[in-house]
Design a binder for this molecule. Sequence first.
Ligand SMILES: Nc1ncnc2c1ncn2[C@@H]1O[C@H](COP(=O)(O)OP(=O)(O)OP(=O)(O)O)[C@@H](O)[C@H]1O
Length: 354
Amino acid sequence: MDSLITVRNLHKLFRVDQREDSGLWPAIKSLIRRERAEVVAVDGVSFSVTAGEIRALIGPNGAGKSTVMKILSGILHPTSGEVTCLGITPWRDRVKYVRHIGAIFGQKSQLLWDLPPVDTFALNRRIYRIPERRFRENVDYFVETFELATILGTPVRSLSLGERMKCEVTAALLHDPTLVFLDEPTIGLDILAKDALRGMVRKVNTERGVTFMLTTHDLDDVENLCLRATLINRGTVLFDDMLARLRAGRSSDKTVELRFTRVVEDHELSRWSVLENSGGSCTVRVMSDDLPAQVSEMLATLPVQDIEMKNAGIEAVIKEMYLSGQCGGPDDPDGPDDAVVRAGAVALFDRKAR
Ligand SMILES: Nc1ncnc2c1ncn2[C@@H]1O[C@H](COP(=O)(O)OP(=O)(O)OP(=O)(O)O)[C@@H](O)[C@H]1O
């Protein structure tokens, strides 16, 4: 199948000014002679994305996701490496490229704040020179699909976050982009609005064949939208494969969520495969064959107030995989060393637990 995005051996190095100390004298000294440090944000990343995919790019804070996305969208030049998106090198032919891409940011609005969404749509028609007829067809399609009729004329500042996100998606898609970057699209949304937004992305992907590149810290987004994920940490790819391969052989495993009557210390849980412990509650991974015996033991030895069992989701599977030191997918015998992988997994999931 055709690759819409090909990334080969991508590197990005930032040079940042450094000051040894705080205070006036170091500040004056730094005006004369600057110390510079190098930050390796992306360190040899390679992957490709097929046309029509919804691909997740995930990883802990500082992994290099935004840097990769900025390079893919043409905002940043890499230090070295090759990127081809839609047959174009994004940072070289940016004017031509931006006509064919869109972006949706959960934390940044592209809508005109004091005006109704229709005004942003009209502005985008001019910016992208969308033919009047196509613009009308698209507005009608999105108004009907996302049920926008009652909010089109309301100033953006008065819309709920969920309503605003529907309009953000519309604004990003009116010029028929082939590729859309989704950056934390569900951040801050309630559960219903998250579901609605994921449904919208799926629908646009299926009905219009739009390819999406998604970065998110919400692994439910990944489970709901993507067949394949690329996981990076410290600028390198740790996993790049079908999510189904992660689940293979483990689909019958369960996670057990326990709520306690008091704070439970880590050492009290040392005999379990603990995925997360906040003290008052914890999540444990259990092989399904062993489930009855393990649950009985938990109830007998821990101060359990409430218990819930679920099939192990992708989050549990990924975390367990990294904590046990298997870093690559089944096709990747030469992954990075265990310490790096563990650090990545812990950082990724600790952040989610906070
Ligand atoms: N403009 C910049 N100048 C210097 N360093 C930068 C710059 N942009 C990113 N970095 C550094 O590069 C590394 C990767 O950052 P990046 O923003 O790509 O991570 P991320 O995976 O998107 O993180 P997050 O999930 O927190 O958004 C970090 O160490 C960051 O401090």
